[in-house]
Design a binder for this molecule. Structure first.
Ligand code: ATP
Length: 450
């Protein structure tokens, strides 16, 4: 039985949340703050956490950090205060699976939690699958639907934020395994020391801290699909073990001699040029052939112009629902033009951020260029000339948001002693996204070269 952990200091709200979950027939346990939640997590299995952000003793962000460190497989949804976009943005950056803006209707809560309970976060705008309209994307989706019917391994390429995970989920939903689990693991986000145990599971006492026998992602995905996200970031040693598991379709938990037969279809994604990764010696060639049976790749968003507006609209609807806004606003033709002209280096993820902010800035009115905070903006740093701002206004807010983002990145870098992988992990973004952001910060003179 899956158990949800509710963390909320306001007793009335906690009760309301409990009622909503009970009505769905979901089982739950509750805590009044982050510290109580940690005690419960140590004692009981939990499938999903829904937590308030502002709480005494230990707040939601601190709890999120601790959960990511000790229970990286448990998705966490944060409930943020109305009007506080920064809290929501920060929650996602720190690795929250999703967020809810208070106050929200019970059905919004259910809608956000259900896909997380079924397997992993619904990667698409809704579980209906990827939003596409451009001929190239339609073709890709048709191909993916055909490949889905086989059990072949699929390797999904594409720049960061293009929708690789969304496509993986679509393949699962189109396959014979659709009613079985879809389990995803981000090989870049989990500390190397935990990756092996997370993938293959472990028996109690297998290593310090292994307090209870735990199935790995492979076992969890039995009968269904396992997505190895950013597979090229996996250490070489683990790649060999992965290859063996794939070839033999069986796994042994760490600390156990018992072999478990598995029936798992494997999908993988990478932002890197795979051939290059093989040539560079960071990715095993035999594993490359094993996973790359059927390669698919998203073109960058700037090369599929036909997707931009349908995606922008769908993303507005998604976030309007989350924020309890009854109707998503229209996009003014001038704003639409601006959206189509931007080069979207961060792809759909960047578009999603822009639409999310636009929704708040527009305050219910149609989306105009004034509400589009598109990143071509530099943070004012002493001694560095300030480039022109794009679009038609909201400069102060743009600068604030950018500056805040850069500060968070710099703080995280400092805390992690400059280590990129750990910094990305702390921020809850992929190493590739971090590399891209650092490059931008460098370009804009916010960081020194090197
Ligand atoms: N075609 C699409 N339809 C709907 N939503 C999409 C689509 N493509 C991407 N998204 C949304 O954009 C965001 C990024 O997508 P996703 O996580 O799949 O990208 P990715 O390529 O796996 O990124 P990364 O390389 O950083 O892991 C998600 O919030 C996802 O819901």
């Amino acid at each position: 039985m899956q158990q949800i952990l509710i963390v909320e200091d306001d007793a009335d709200l906690r009760e309301a949340l409990e009622d909503t979950l009970a009505l769905e027939g979901w089982s739950y346990i509750s805590a009044g703050n982050g510290q109580e939640a940690l005690l419960l997590l140590k004692k009981q299995p939990v499938s999903l956490i829904v937590s308030d952000v502002s709480m005494p003793v230990m707040d939601g962000h601190q709890l999120l950090d601790s959960v990511r460190e000790h229970w990286p497989g448990i998705p966490m949804v944060l409930m943020t205060a109305f009007g506080s976009i920064n809290q929501a943005v920060e929650a996602m950056r720190r690795g929250a699976a999703d967020y809810l803006v208070k106050p929200f209707e019970p059905d919004v809560l259910v809608k956000v939690l259900r896909p997380l309970l079924q397997s992993r976060p619904a990667a698409g705008v809704e579980s209906d699958g990827p939003v596409v309209d451009d001929p190239a994307s339609r073709e890709l989706l048709q191909l993916a639907a055909r490949v889905a019917k086989s059990d072949a391994s699929v390797m999904i390429g594409g720049e960061s934020g293009t929708g690789k995970e969304v496509l993986a989920r679509y393949i699962h939903m189109q396959s014979q395994r659709a009613d079985k689990p879809f389990v995803a693991i981000n090989c870049a986000a989990i500390p190397e020391s935990l990756l092996e145990a997370t993938l293959f599971g472990y028996e109690k006492g297998a290593f310090t801290g292994a307090n209870a026998s735990t199935p790995g992602k492979f076992e969890q995905a039995d009968g269904g699909t396992l997505l190895l996200d950013e597979v090229t970031e996996m250490p070489l040693e683990l790649q060999s073990k992965l290859l063996r598991v794939l070839q033999e379709q069986e796994v042994e938990r760490l600390g156990s001699r018992k072999t478990l037969k598995l029936d798992v279809r494997v999908l993988a994604t990478s932002n890197r040029n795979l051939r290059q990764a093989v040539t560079d010696g960071v990715f095993r060639e035999d594993l490359y052939y094993r996973l790359n049976v059927f390669p698919l790749a998203w073109p960058p968003l700037r090369e599929r112009l036909g997707d931009i507006l349908p995606l922008a609209r769908a993303l507005l609807v998604k976030h309007a629902q989350r924020m309890g806004v009854a109707r998503a606003p229209e996009i003014h033709p001038d704003a639409a033009k601006m959206l189509k002209q931007h080069s979207w280096p961060g792809n759909v993820r960047e578009l999603e951020n822009v639409m999310q902010r636009a929704l708040i800035l527009a305050g219910g009115d149609p989306i105009t260029p004034r509400s589009l905070v598109i990143e071509q903006v530099a943070v004012p740093v002493t001694g560095v000339p300030k480039p022109e701002l794009s679009g038609g206004g909201g400069e102060d807010l743009r600068e604030d948001l950018r500056e805040q983002e850069y500060r968070m990145i710099l703080d995280a870098l400092r805390l992690e002693g400059g280590k990129k992988k750990e910094t990305a992990e702390r921020l809850g973004i992929s190493p590739r996204t971090l590399r891209y952001k650092l490059a931008r910060m460098r370009e804009e003179g916010f960081l020194q070269e090197g």
